[in-house]
Design a protein around this ligand. Sequence first.
Ligand SMILES: [Fe+2]
Length: 248
Amino acid sequence: MNLMNDNFDSFDEYVMAFDFNEFAIKRKYEHSYRVMRESDAIVYSLGLEEDDSYLACLIGLLHDIGRFIQWRDYHTYSDYKSVNHALLGAKILFDDGLIKKFKLEEKYYNLVRTAIENHGVYKLNEKQYDEQTLLHLKIIRDADKIDILYQLSNPKILELNEENNDDITEEIKEKFYKHESIEKKNVKNENDNTLMKIAMVYDLNYKYSKDAVLERGYLDRMLDSLKNKKLFKPYIEEAKKYLKGSDR
Ligand SMILES: [Fe+2]
């Protein structure tokens, strides 16, 4: 992590050019650092070497670098309503050359680019990647999800919209109970969207990540912040049961 210190100034300098008075910008800045720390913790739990630890931290810090321009230009974090923030981030770093401000050996450019581009895709086609790239994809995808669930457990940071009814699309309900994560394009209403967020736990790869979400009480706190507790409690319980399960 010590080697990483040099990268913090470059990252801060990049982000400070945006309007930090906007909560949305500040929120993504803080998210980036928390994801970096989660990535570091996952690496530690896996007992990986220094090189992988460094790569995981740098990918964690930079994975959402496209968010700042996305917000500045579109005022939304919805990729559907604007641009794919992951591809935009990779473009800024590797096509426009921002990566030169960070300490990274060129031999790792492809790996870092691939990890950033695919950190948010619905499902990974694991056969497509070499072993080390796949490792880093799994790490960033877990670290990002841990922090999204953290944010959702704090309504001051990220609030869920809910509708005043019990509508949840049948196929989404089915997927949820099959312990499958839910694809954004299948989400038909706000309650589906909330269920999609809870179902993120089904895509976690590592024991560290599952334990973190469970033991820090993110799901319980998320339920506390929801208005329609009666509707969502059984889903929260199912997700917790999954996280506690032995099939890890
Ligand atoms: Fe993220």
